[in-house]
Design a protein around this ligand. Structure first.
Ligand SMILES: Nc1ncnc2c1ncn2[C@@H]1O[C@H](COP(=O)(O)OP(=O)(O)OP(=O)(O)O)[C@@H](O)[C@H]1O
Length: 256
């Protein structure tokens, strides 16, 4: 068996008396789409915040491609290839869509501004390469008509897709998707599902999806982890997890 890309072991995170994560372990393989589900407050966002270095777990280890992740800064972890989308969009509203994508590549740029002035040819070449990479993402996500529009003026569904594009522009090996269809209507949700399938087919990356839309999770995920009050209650194929009595109870209990 090949080694997983991501190995999360015994992750435990507390805020004062609240245990946000309690001994959470899972792996994600290269090319895999892994989903995390659970009722409100189950710990889904906390997992993302541990994976990208915003939160420091009290216990456990996170390893990406054999390198220890936890204990490092968010910027270092981004440089290791972990990108995330934000539920409330991480776009700069005044900048055009293509400028937002270029910003996503900032950490990959080797020529700083001063070096760029002294070494104009190389800086220019680098910029051309980065633009080409952004244009590929624009094409993949069918964002051509919106390239020069300020992000703040994009229709909601397109802005969510641009947010996906911004994260992809970082050329991640692991992409964290935070509720990519939150607030979308049925048609926009179906579109987003189609683009996620495309991304998966075209790019070599692993994805972790946090999403309340269980249909999307069941349609797209290879494996699913269900959490309740920070504790893993089931893990397996979407089919297995959906019918697990503990998962049914966690959701119905919350709805009662
Ligand atoms: N910065 C924080 N300070 C204190 N408590 C926190 C913090 N972040 C999360 N928590 C607590 O940790 C628990 C898990 O929260 P988390 O946001 O990870 O859940 P979630 O599954 O993402 O919820 P939702 O579906 O509502 O987004 C909750 O009880 C929450 O109140």
């Amino acid at each position: 068996m090949t080694e997983p890309l991501l190995d999360v072991w015994d992750l435990t995170l507390r805020f004062g008396g609240v245990t946000a994560l309690n001994g959470v372990s899972f792996t994600v393989g290269r090319g895999e789409l892994f989903a995390v589900i659970g009722p409100n407050g189950a710990g889904k966002t906390s997992i993302f915040n541990c994976l990208n270095g915003v939160y420091r777990p009290q216990r456990g280890t996170i390893t990406l491609a054999g390198q220890r992740v936890n204990g490092r800064s968010p910027a270092t972890i981004a440089g290791m290839g972990v990108a995330r989308t934000f539920q409330n969009l991480g776009l700069f509203e005044q900048l055009t869509l293509i400028e937002n994508l270029m910003l996503g590549r900032h950490h990959l740029m080797r020529t700083g501004m001063l070096a760029g002035m002294a070494w104009w040819g190389r800086a220019k070449r680098e910029e051309v390469d980065h633009r080409a990479a952004c244009e590929e993402i624009v094409e993949l996500l069918e964002l051509e008509p919106y390239r020069r529009i300020p992000a703040g003026l994009l229709p909601y569904g397109v802005a969510k897709r641009a947010e996906l594009g911004r994260a992809l522009a970082m050329s991640p090996t692991l992409l964290l998707l935070d509720e990519p269809v939150a607030g979308m209507n049925v048609e926009e949700t179906e579109d987003m599902a189609r683009y996620l399938v495309e991304v998966r087919r075209e790019l070599d990356l692993a994805m972790i999806l946090v999403e309340h839309d269980t249909r999307l999770v069941m349609d797209l995920a290879d494996r699913v982890l269900a959490l309740d009050f920070g504790t893993p209650i089931a893990m397996g194929t979407p089919e297995e997890v959906q019918h697990d009595p503990k998962v049914v109870e966690a959701y119905l209990g919350g709805a009662a």
